[in-house]
Ligand binder design. Structure first.
Ligand code: 5AD
Length: 347
């Protein structure tokens, strides 16, 4: 396995067979996982030193037209509490976030039909005019290329749209009544054409996903060369069809993050909230697998519990923007610190 890891670190790619072997072996054997993670950490440190970028996450709306099997915000979940922020509330989040030192705002939300181009354009323009030096990241799902273009021109810089599954059948099984994998990939291509720094990604351990599926995800990521990749464990939400399924495995999640780091040395890789929710040390374990970004929650405290894509989602303490000092102290325990710069992708 040492040869495979060294080859991956040097050439930034492996074939499907080798990726499968490496993932299986990293899950089964401590020394392989350790070697993979240490190599990924070394690569990340060469690019980013001991700094970890922070992004303030503002959850615009818990309304969603989609019906993804795994997600607590799926439209079939009648028990989900729905809310949407006004532009004034979003601007207030930005004001607080800017004062705390955040220089990236991530506007994330369900696919809410009231988020028209006009409404979003005005919001983004206002943020852009008030804070010329911040990066604005959008994470608002599938929209038309025209819409992506309008929002880019209003001042957005980055867009997160996880591909969720590179395998057609797995994608279809998780996303009934969606437009399908090809449409998702078309959206990602449109985002790139519009000039966004683009993010993709997937959950680890969702029902029906095999190691071979993760290999397909990795090969797609390698082919697409995204600027950002979000990877976290699947976590069950009881009011969804996958509510009784087990959570994704920590070791497999960390191995996958480490492989992505070695494939894309310059990529921005978050140590996700899902990882921090799975296990108390999750956020640190992500950093110690090559991740270099954390995304504390900057939503108004009154709505935080309502953005429940999975249960017990961490949004307080070190996961909260106002807990940034505690987050920094936690990072210091492994020798890292928060880097408050915008942290754009630099090839
Ligand atoms: N567990 C973990 N991650 C989830 N997501 C949605 N539902 C869950 C869940 N139950 C992820 C999806 C989505 C992102 C916003 O969160 O990958 O793209």
């Amino acid at each position: 396995m040492r040869e495979l890891v060294e080859h991956l670190a040097r050439c930034h790619k492996l074939d499907a067979t080798a990726l499968g072997q490496l993932l299986r072996s990293a899950v089964a054997e401590d020394d392989v996982l350790q070697l993979l993670r240490d190599t990924a950490v070394r690569t990340a440190r060469q690019q980013f030193g001991l700094g970890v970028y922070v992004r303030g996450l503002i959850e615009l709306s818990s309304f969603c037209r989609c019906d993804c099997l795994y997600c607590g915000l799926r439209r079939s979940n009648r028990t989900a509490e729905r809310y949407r922020l006004s532009s004034e509330e979003v601007m207030e989040c930005c004001r607080e976030g800017y004062a705390l030192g955040f220089r990236t705002f991530v506007l994330q939300g369900g696919e809410d039909g009231t988020h028209t181009d006009t409404w979003l354009r005005e919001l983004i323009s206002k943020i852009r005019a008030t804070y010329p030096d911040v990066a604005i990241t959008l994470s608002l799902g599938e929209r038309s290329e025209e819409s992506y273009k309008t929002l880019k021109e209003a001042g957005a810089n980055r867009y997160l749209l996880r591909h969720e599954a590179a395998n057609e059948e797995l994608y279809a099984s998780l996303h009934p009544s969606s437009k399908g994998l090809q449409h998702r990939l078309d959206c990602l291509a449109a985002l790139k054409r519009c000039g966004y720094q683009t993010g993709m990604g997937m959950m680890i351990g969702v029902k029906g996903q095999t190691i071979e599926h993760i290999v397909e995800d990795l090969l797609l990521i390698e082919r697409m060369q995204p600027e950002m990749v979000g990877i976290g464990p699947f976590l069950p939400h009881r009011a969804t069809p996958l509510g009784e399924e087990p959570a994704g495995e920590l070791r497999l999640t960390l191995a996958t993050i480490a492989i992505v780091r070695l494939m894309l040395p310059h990529a921005l890789l978050p140590s996700t909230t899902a990882l921090a929710t799975l296990t108390p040390r999750g956020r640190l374990e992500g950093i110690l697998s090559g991740a270099n970004v954390v995304m504390p929650n900057l939503s108004p405290t009154s709505v935080r519990a309502k953005y429940a894509i999975y249960e017990n989602k961490a949004s307080w303490g070190k996961e909260a923007a106002e807990g940034i000092a505690a987050l920094n102290s936690e990072l210091e325990t492994i020798g890292y610190h928060i880097d408050f710069s915008r942290g754009d992708y630099q090839p």
